[in-house]
Design a protein around this ligand. Sequence first.
Ligand code: DAU
Length: 320
Amino acid sequence: MPNILITGGAGFIGSHVVRRFVTQYPDTQIVNLDALTNLFNQYDFTGVIHLAAESHVDRSISDPMAFVVTNVIGTVNLLNAARTAWKGREAGRRFYHVSTDEVYGELHDPNEFFVETTKYDPRSPYSASKASSDHFVRAYHNTYKLPVVISNCSNNYGPNHFPEKLIPLMINNIRHNKPLPVYGKGENVRDWLYVEDHARAIDVIYHQGINGETYNIGGCNEWKNIDLVHLLCNIMDEKLGRDTGTSAQLITYVTDRAGHDLRYAIDPAKLMNNLGWKPSVTFEEGLTKTVEWYLTHQDWLDDVTSGHYQHYYEGMYATR
Ligand code: DAU
């Protein structure tokens, strides 16, 4: 029976990937690991899907070392474990490293897009740590012939997203009538993809991708932050029965993120043409589903913004 180790399966994207693999592949054993230990002796893994990472840019600015430890050293630990366990038995196995479009840096020309061959130019401690881990994965492929595949995805959104990230933070603050902190002038652009479409892309790449290859995943769905926040305000006004324009009054421009990347935009043509993937959820559908999920899971939101999470969460908020 095939058995796959998924790391970071308790996180935002990872939880959707675990859910998808458990439902789609009932005959495959899925082991979810959300803190690095060596399980390779216990299970003869046929595959690893490595999502575990520190992922928030603002946190990386205040604590870069945590990102080095988890994203770089954590990945190298896992690569070593796979390399040792699979030595001489690599055929039919796969180490899949899930990464980000931020490794490519920022775009200025609106006609430019990140492709798989775009030069790496990470600009935040977070993206530098992910770029470093990508390099290690490729180095293990080249040096030790470890069967690897990498994907670099644009911004995700959807249920279970921790409310330190733009979309869930805005939903939560609108709910509580708190200020909506827009960094700088709100002109930075992000390319948004519904998280279940990302989970499906990971499924396709895991099963059909070619070893040693990289695939860019994106929603072809670019939004300026300020326009996105206005759209969310309108959806929330409607859902909460508020007059249109009420929530937008909460928008507050705050000091910009240090080194804030201007624009990310993915060209997913390779994935679409070679493996037949395309996004299936429109932004309107996805955002509506997301808002509805948060409004029907307010206890989840309250839980993750209180108790042991609260200290850090409020610390972040106070620094804005
Ligand atoms: O591009 C993929 C990346 O997307 C992932 O690799 C990262 O793990 C993920 O965190 C995300 O990075 P961003 O920095 O783009 O996401 P974030 O939600 O933090 O911010 C989105 C945009 O909104 C960004 O331009 C900063 C801005 N922003 C964010 C927050 C939290 C605000 O204006 N106000 C805020 O309070």
